[in-house]
Write a protein that binds this ligand. Structure first.
Ligand SMILES: Nc1ncnc2c1ncn2[C@@H]1O[C@H](COP(=O)(O)OP(=O)(O)OP(=O)(O)O)[C@@H](O)[C@H]1O
Ligand SMILES: O=P(O)(O)OC[C@H]1O[C@H](OP(=O)(O)OP(=O)(O)O)[C@H](O)[C@@H]1O
Ligand SMILES: [Mg+2]
Length: 299
């Protein structure tokens, strides 16, 4: 393997995680442009190369030390880890953190006419999946024997095509299941995207760059989860109003010009301020309520 002093990050080339992965790195100040034909994108302002690959290849690239970092769904990561452990292949990595996109679940589903009581209803049946290892782990834990039908895609059409009795596949809104006459019976794994690092020795300069990227990722995600709130409040209901602001610690309270009965409140809230909270604030006499996104956060 060729040693490079540029940090290598593997991201999905095209699919559910591609836009969010690219957006996250851009928000961290990594400047690059993607040429659809090219598998590598060089950052202009940092010693970073992006490898654009199939998501299935990302865990292995990290575990084999071919790349330093990878952005991947936990479902694919866990599946690859079990596979490699079974085959006695290197399966080490460091999970740096979970990210705030790629939410989905790996579920069992059966045709609408199937009467399902619990997982034992699947005893001896054939289940189509792209996740044979996660399925096997679940079924072994339940002590249920089954046959599997390995499909890389279009898993949801398997029962109708007569290839299987049920499926084990990813679900987000459930629209694909519904469109294929299936219903979800059991969630076997909940997943988010995550960022992982190789355990192979990094040079100190690469490790320093990884630490910087990670601290920026933390800042970007914190900012995305937070809102800046400004409002005017009567002094008499000030305490009740502050108590209503979700996750807001020590808000700034400022006097208003020519109004001694009201103050301005500035606060950073760590949760979304929902409409019903806004209505409760208004009922306590709050006015001019502004909820604004935060672009970056640090410290
Ligand atoms: N419906 C969904 N909503 C949100 N996240 C999802 C959804 N489906 C999948 N994901 C997440 O995104 C990852 C990539 O999904 P995608 O469907 O793009 O994979 P793929 O078809 O295997 O792509 P590739 O061509 O890279 O192999 C999944 O492994 C999962 O972590
Ligand atoms: O519950 P839903 O919101 O309908 O999402 C679930 C679907 O999303 C994913 O496929 P995707 O659309 O990414 O296409 P793919 O099969 O080509 O990977 C997944 O494999 C399911 O088929
Ligand atoms: Mg894939």
């Amino acid at each position: 393997m060729t040693e490079s002093n540029r940090l290598r990050i593997a991201i999905q080339k095209s699919g559910r995680l591609s836009t969010d992965s690219q957006q996250l790195l851009k928000s961290c100040g990594v400047k690059f442009s993607i040429n659809e034909q090219r598998l590598i994108a060089h950052a202009d302002n940092m010693p970073i190369d992006l490898l654009r690959v199939r998501d299935d290849d990302i865990p292995g690239l990290v575990m084999d030390g071919v790349v330093d970092l990878g952005i991947i769904g936990e479902n694919v990561l866990e599946e690859e880890q079990i596979e490699r452990q079974t085959l006695n292949k290197p399966a080490e990595f460091v999970k740096l953190r979970q990210l705030d996109f790629g939410a989905c679940r790996l579920s069992l589903a059966v045709p609408t006419e199937f009467s399902y009581a619990d997982a034992s209803s699947l005893e001896g049946l054939r289940i189509a999946t792209s996740y044979p290892n996660l399925l096997r782990r679940f079924m072994q834990q339940k002590g249920i024997s089954y046959r599997d039908c390995m499909l890389k895609g279009s898993v949801e059409v398997a029962p109708r095509a007569g290839l299987a009795d049920g499926i084990c596949d990813l679900v987000s809104t459930g629209a694909t299941l519904e469109a294929n006459g299936l219903y979800e019976t059991e969630v076997i794994y909940r997943s988010m995207a995550c960022i992982i690092q190789s355990t192979q020795t990094q040079t100190p300069s690469k490790q320093a760059l990884i630490d910087r990227i990670l601290s920026r990722v933390n800042g970007v995600i914190r900012a995305r989860e937070s809102k800046y709130i400004l409002l005017h409040a009567p002094t008499e209901t000030l305490d009740q109003i502050v108590a209503l602001l979700p996750g807001a610690e020590n808000p700034t309270v400022l006097p208003l010009n020519d109004d001694t009965n009201r103050v301005a409140i500035h606060a950073v809230s760590t949760e979304d301020l929902f409409w019903d909270t806004m209505e409760q604030l208004t009922a306590l006499g709050a006015s001019s309520i502004l909820v604004m996104p935060i672009e970056k956060m640090m410290g």
